[in-house]
Design a protein around this ligand. Structure first.
Ligand code: FAD
Length: 692
């Protein structure tokens, strides 16, 4: 884990680059590019000191006394971990590092020194599961025979830890990841500092829960470790080096390619969350005839890859940001003129990771790698106050950063992203003093979006279907509505595929052909994520599916599969689907397909519909479920699998309530007893949810 000469020289150069920043760009351009071709590219994972999986050794070696582990699926937990690292360093002088749980082993956690601290920022995913990168950690810690290499007893007596969980109270297993890890650590003798915090995405208070939790936690930690608070000063984590010898045409410059293989065009598997496959879209069309709403059906062709999936899995789509927002962003930070300048970004300390490969351009970073359209974090507002264009704006930013109610009053229904927010605060004045490192640190990296695969893997193993509603929300007082990133990008791809050479859906433009035209011919980067949402292995078992709106996606796959099995002469069980939408003439998706499946499945298949806007009263799937109480209860007694997919906030919860009621009535038991039955159905996987 030593720095070689080149690294030291490079770090020196970066220091100059940073100074250039801190001097407000006065010396921009003076940093020459001494390693034009030999510069060791900082790909996202290139990190010489980062090979060991031994965290105790790693911290020792890099002089750290605080590690912040994250278990993250959508990037928020990772973002919070980075924020804790920065704050610990700038406010308390802690030597912090951020660590991906996946990259370390935990059997020596019992040798973790007592004068150091480990923080765990843990998201709960799906039905109380750990995030993909936390599975091994979780299994190790909560396993029956958790064993440590040194065999100390009580094993984790010397471990001091801090914990925060990210969850969603609309799910059955709210924040179970942090709760279970906390329990396991305590049981093993570790000492928690402060409370184990819980953020609630369901109530929309994640950020505020985090901010409210962290201050008492810092106070408790400071007292435990004898830390003294100092005035926080911003210190960049990344150095930016101008690469004057390079242009966007240079072969080694990343223009949005996600990794080295993509850059070199030697794209090969295994394809996964670290290496998405640039897949052709073989077909795309719209499923609604409604004027103001759009819903897409896409078929993604994975035959050129080793990607496979199982019915019920998820596909992740890697979007690119819309051109207008990229322009707005570059303009506000006065980067528009040098958008195509080539830069390298290098971590200024060995445990930090650059979240995208370089050398690259400002344009590529903003377009392909940063979540520039997402909501604004209040903590980031505090950080940026120091770089405001005027004292007046600085005062306003400080107030917005510190005063929760004021911040929410001002941001309220605006759907501000970072650019629109800063621009509103400064009344259009440019923000030229923000170090680019602060922007990279403060924004989440652009996340892939997940979709419940709407096809069956036995019917179309190499063609993955997506059913996605195009995200759009009207904003009071603003002409153009808020537009979701991934779905509007997919919409543009659909338009292009259907003959529009230069699609501008709702006035948006996208770099549809991707970096160096590598996505030309309608391609999109994807990977597949395994899920536990599965049909019973025995096709003769009955199934009940509740899937209103796009919640019907995985059930199209389920029914497609059962129709094929029926055609092949397999004995298929009762297949009952509850589907809901607004009007039978407007947003009734896959209408003719259901008829085909009906033909193949005969009376085995029944689709119960709820059209909310057709009658005098609004009717939803849960009402229809109630009407079918008796049959549903009987099927459940015959061990039918019960599936719910779609809206987590309301629908899934109400379905759960109706189910409890119908079981209570049907079996003549109390609601309390019926609730236990439903809980049991969940724990035995008879009741499965795929909600978002
Ligand atoms: P985004 O840009 O990500 O915006 C999404 C929402 O975030 C907005 O509606 C808004 O509420 C909020 N938001 C974003 N930016 C701001 C801002 N600046 N200010 C305030 N609020 C903001 N969707 C489907 O259509 N079909 C599926 O089959 C499907 N399956 C899924 C399966 C799983 C396991 C998960 C986790 C999600 C699934 N989704 C599905 C949802 C999907 O992943 C996306 O979230 C959805 O398509 C929106 O993505 P987007 O990039 O278009 O919108």
């Amino acid at each position: 884990a030593e720095l070689d000469t080149l690294d030291i020289v490079v770090l020196g150069v970066i220091l100059c680059g940073t100074l250039a920043y801190l001097t407000k760009g006065k010396f921009w351009g003076v940093v020459k590019d001494p390693y034009a071709s030999s510069f060791q590219n900082g790909s996202a994972s290139a990190n010489r000191a980062g090979r060991t999986r031994n965290i105790v050794e790693k911290m020792e070696e890099s002089g750290k006394n605080c590690v912040i582990f994250y278990g993250s699926q959508t990037g928020t937990a990772e973002d919070y971990a980075s924020r804790l690292a920065k704050e610990g360093k700038s406010r308390f002088g802690l030597e912090t590092m951020v660590a991906d749980l996946e990259e370390y082993d935990f059997d020596n956690l019992d040798t973790f020194p007592s004068d150091k601290v480990a923080m765990f920022v843990l998201a709960t995913y799906g039905e109380g599961e750990p995030t993909d990168n936390a599975v091994e950690f979780y299994e190790f810690l909560t396993g029956e025979d958790v064993a440590f290499s040194e065999g100390n007893d009580p094993a984790l007596e010397s471990l001091n830890y801090v914990a925060f969980g990210l969850g969603n109270n609309t799910y059955e297993h709210y924040n179970s990841m942090v709760r279970n890890v906390d329990k396991a650590l305590t049981k093993l003798g570790a000492h928690r500092i402060g409370d184990a915090g819980e953020g609630d995405d369901g109530a929309g208070t994640m950020e505020e829960d985090f901010l409210a939790w962290k201050d008492p936690m810092w106070a408790a930690l400071a007292s435990k470790m004898g830390l003294e608070e100092r005035e926080a000063v911003y210190e960049p984590i990344f150095g930016i080096v101008d690469r004057e010898g390079l242009t966007p045409e240079s072969a080694e410059v990343y223009l949005g390619e996600l990794n080295k293989m993509q850059l070199e065009g030697t794209n090969k598997g295994p394809f996964n969350a670290h290496n998405p496959y640039i897949a052709p879209i073989s077909e795309s069309r719209e499923l609604f005839s409604a004027k103001d709403r759009n819903c897409l059906h896409l078929d993604v062709d994975v035959s050129g890859s080793n990607l496979s999936y199982q019915t019920g899995d998820h596909i992740a789509v890697w979007p690119t940001n819309p051109g207008a927002e990229v322009d707005r962003f570059l303009d506000l930070f006065e980067l528009a003129e040098k958008r195509n300048h080539v830069i390298s970004v290098k971590a200024l300390e060995p445990t930090a990771k650059v979240p995208f490969p370089t050398p690259t351009t400002y344009d590529a970073i903003v377009r392909y790698h940063l979540e520039i359209c997402a909501p604004v974090s209040r903590q980031f507002v505090s950080t940026l106050a120091a770089f405001a264009p005027s004292e007046e704006i600085k005062a306003e930013m400080t107030r917005l950063g510190n005063d929760k109610d004021y911040f929410h009053e001002k941001t309220g229904p605006h759907f501000y992203n970072i650019t629109r927010f800063l621009s509103a605060v400064s009344k259009g004045e440019k923000w030229t003093k923000i170090p680019f490192s602060a922007i990279i640190e403060g924004l989440t990296k652009l996340q892939p979006r997940y979709y419940s695969i709407s096809s069956s893997s036995i019917v179309q193993p190499k063609k993955i279907s997506i059913t996605a509603v195009v995200e759009s929300q009207t904003i009071p007082g603003r002409g153009d509505p808020f537009r979701g990133v991934a779905t509007n990008y997919l919409f543009a791809l659909k338009q292009k595929q259907n003959g529009d050479e230069n699609p501008t859906p709702f006035g948006q433009t996208y770099e549809i052909t991707g970096p160096r035209n590598k996505y030309d011919g309608i391609h999109v980067p994807v990977h597949v994520r395994h899920s536990n949402f599965k049909l019973p292995s025995d096709p003769a078992k009955p199934i009940i599916m509740i899937g209103p709106g796009t919640g019907v996606a995985p059930f199209r796959g389920f029914i497609q599969e059962r129709a094929k099995q029926a055609k092949d002469g397999v004995n298929v069980g009762r297949t009952l689907l509850f589907f809901g939408c607004r009007k039978s003439t407007e947003d009734f998706m896959y209408k003719s397909e259901w008829e085909e499946y009906q033909e193949a499945l005969g009376d085995k298949f029944e689709m119960v519909t709820a059209f909310s806007r057709e009658g005098p009263k609004k009717v939803y799937v849960q009402h229809r479920l109630k009407e079918r109480a008796q049959e549903v209860n009987e099927l459940l007694l015959q061990k039918a699998s019960f599936y719910v997919c779609g809206d987590a906030a309301n629908m899934a919860r109400e379905v759960n309530t109706v189910l409890v009621q119908l079981i209570a009535q049907g079996r003549g038991v109390t609601e309390q007893k019926a609730e236990e039955v439903v809980k049991m159905m969940r724990s035995t996987n008879q009741y499965q949810e795929d909600v978002w």
